[in-house]
Design a protein around this ligand. Sequence first.
Ligand code: SF4
Length: 345
Amino acid sequence: MNSRDTAALLEWYYKEKRDLPWRNTSDPYAIWLSEVILQQTRVDQGMAYYHKLLGQYPAVNDLASAPIDEVLSLWQGLGYYSRGRNLHATAKKIQELGNFPSTYTSLLELKGIGPYTAAAIASFAFNERVAVLDGNVFRVITRFLASDLPIDKGPTRKTFQLLLNEWIPKHAPADFNQATMELGATVCTPKNPKCSECPLAPNCAAFSEGTFLNFPVKASKTKVEPLFLYYAAIETPSGYMVKKRPEMGVWAGLYDFPFVESKVELNEEEVILEFQKRFPSTQNATWKKESFYTHVLSHRKISAQFFSCLCRNMSEEFSSTKTSEELLNTGISALLMKYVKEIHI
Ligand code: SF4
């Protein structure tokens, strides 16, 4: 991430961030409380508990001195009572220490505070340059770099931790961390990332390759199945025949050439017969075998074979056409982009 990416990310965050109460405080206790509550709870649900617990125990010593049964009764409804118990035990430890540990390393020594929570408290409350790395941040960074390092392996966390620590601007560690988390939560979402609204899009490798659904990668991930696509590049006097992809799924809403899809490999004759069946006006045209590409998505390895033909007689099945020039400037699938770049002179 270069300094321009960082600046764009922060600018986006200042404009778009959700107003969450724990963002308006630098009190390590309040930040810690919010992080523990949010570990397995949605933001909207966790908010009421945050206010309730902080209202009852405004300082860490209040929580430490409260009877455990009272704490657990306030925790009721959040589930995972062990979190409530650990919270109380750690509050007692902090009370014994006499102050709230203020560095990433000293926070890690507390029972129940792992690398993520330690980084959140150290950066949000004490402005330490240490990156938070949760599921949302892993998604953003692996897509931004198009990195296939498996995120469920220890060395990967270490690699990204070091990298992100370097990217954190000196003047805004807390905001940078909040921004990467917020981007993962609201824009770089698992299924339908809103890349058109993303401040990192200009340098995002997965976005430019159209492979964002491939990331993050897990070592324990599901089997990749083969998929064969046979594309029809049908050139008419007004341009190539195109269709819009459905609004859901891979390359949603982008233009594409018509294609035949198969789980097994087809031979050339079978493919051309299928094209002629679907597009009767190409029956007298000569089909030519063109380029071949492969493209890997999270569950699929796509093998794409292009075929072309010239079709002078337009008929009703040609609802929409675009020239190669127009295609280059339109939202088209990553596979089609490879082909159009090759044929456009
Ligand atoms: S451009 Fe898209 S894939 Fe890349 S970081 Fe932004 S939302 Fe995620």
